[in-house]
Design a protein around this ligand. Sequence first.
Ligand SMILES: Nc1ncnc2c1ncn2[C@@H]1O[C@H](COP(=O)(O)OP(=O)(O)OP(=O)(O)O)[C@@H](O)[C@H]1O
Ligand SMILES: [Mg+2]
Length: 353
Amino acid sequence: MTRVVVSGLRKSFGSRVVLDGLDLEVPEGSLTAVLGPSGSGKTTLLRILAGFERADAGSVTLGENVVEDGRTQLPPEARRVGYVPQDGALFPHLNASGNVGFGLSRQERKSGRVEELLALVGLSGEGRRYPHQLSGGMQQRVALARALAGRPSLVLLDEPFSSLDAALRAGMRADVARVLSETGTTAVLVTHDQDEALSLADRVAVLRDGRVAQCASPEELYTDPLDPALASFVGDANLLEGTVRAGAAVTSLGTLVIADGVSPFAEAQKVMVLVRPEQLELRAANGAAGLGGRVVECRYFGHDMLVTVEMAGEIKGGPPVLHARLSGQSPLDTGSPVALSVEGPVKAWPASS
Ligand SMILES: Nc1ncnc2c1ncn2[C@@H]1O[C@H](COP(=O)(O)OP(=O)(O)OP(=O)(O)O)[C@@H](O)[C@H]1O
Ligand SMILES: [Mg+2]
C-alpha cells in the first residue's frame, strides 16, 4: 500500500502542452479515478506514473520514494507499479497463465501464484486459454491479474472497461473494485466516463487544461462542484441565474433554497444556480401548481427517463429548455403540457460578471 503524491507535473509534446502543473494526491489503499475527456492527458499521466514517459518538470512520489523529479527517474521495473494499458495488450502467443506469470520468477510461477491470481479475478481453471479464445471481459481480467502478479504497491488502470458492453462493464466494475479492496492496493483508474468514476472510486480528480480542477469524493463532486463547468462535466446540469434574497436564490423557477445556507453570499448578489435533473418534478399540467412547460423529448431508459421540457416563460441566464430525470413513470408524449417544480436545496456560485 502506497500513497502517491504528484506535484507540479508538466508534459508537452512539441508545442502541445498536455500536463500543465498537475497536482494530485492518491491516499494509501484508495481507488482514485482521474476523469477527463479524450485527449486531456489521462494516458500520459499514467505513463509518467509507471515510468514509461518522462515528465518535463514536477515530481512523483510513491510511498517514501521520489521516483521522478528534475534529476532522477526510476525505471519502470524499479517502481513496483502494475499497469493495465488502455487496450489490455495481452501477449497473443501466451495463454492466460503465461500472461499472468510473465513477470514472475520461475519459482513464483511454480508456487501456485498464477492460479491464485486467476482465482482472484474469477478465472479459475481458464489458464490454458489463449487471448483469442477469451471474451473481452475475460481478457481484461487476465490483464488485471497480470498487473497484480508482482504484488505492486500501485495499480494503474487505463479505461479498463471501455471495450466492454454495458452488461459486462457493470459486472467488471464491481469485480475490479472487489479485487483491489481485497488486495488493499492503491489504484489510479483513468476514464472519460462520469458514471464509472462516480460509482467506482473513493476519490475523483477531474482533469481540465492539464491540471486537476477538483479532487473530491464522488458525492462532494456531484453536489458541490467548484464551478458550473465542473457541474456540467460530472453530470447533467440545469444552470440559471438568480439573485440572493434572504438566503435563497430568486430565479425564473421560483425562490430556491441555497444548499449550505447564505454565508458566502451577500443580499442582492447575483448567483449562478445548479438544478440537477432529478430535482425537477413534473406533473400533468391540468391545473396543477408549478411553472408551465411542454415536453419536447423523452429518453426512456427503463430505470428512469430524461425529459426535455421547453418552458413557457424565459429562464434567466439559461437556455429555454430544462432537463428532468424521472423514475417510476411511463414515458411522456412529446408535446404534453406539464407543470414543473424544483425539489430540495440548490447549489449556487457567485455569478461571473
Ligand atoms: N507520444 C506522443 N507524441 C505526441 N503526442 C502525444 C504523444 N502521446 C500523447 N500525445 C498527445 O497528447 C495529448 C494527450 O494524450 P493522451 O493519450 O494522454 O490523452 P487521453 O486523455 O488518454 O485520451 P483518450 O481518452 O482518448 O485515451 C493528445 O493530444 C495526444 O495526441
Ligand atoms: Mg488514453
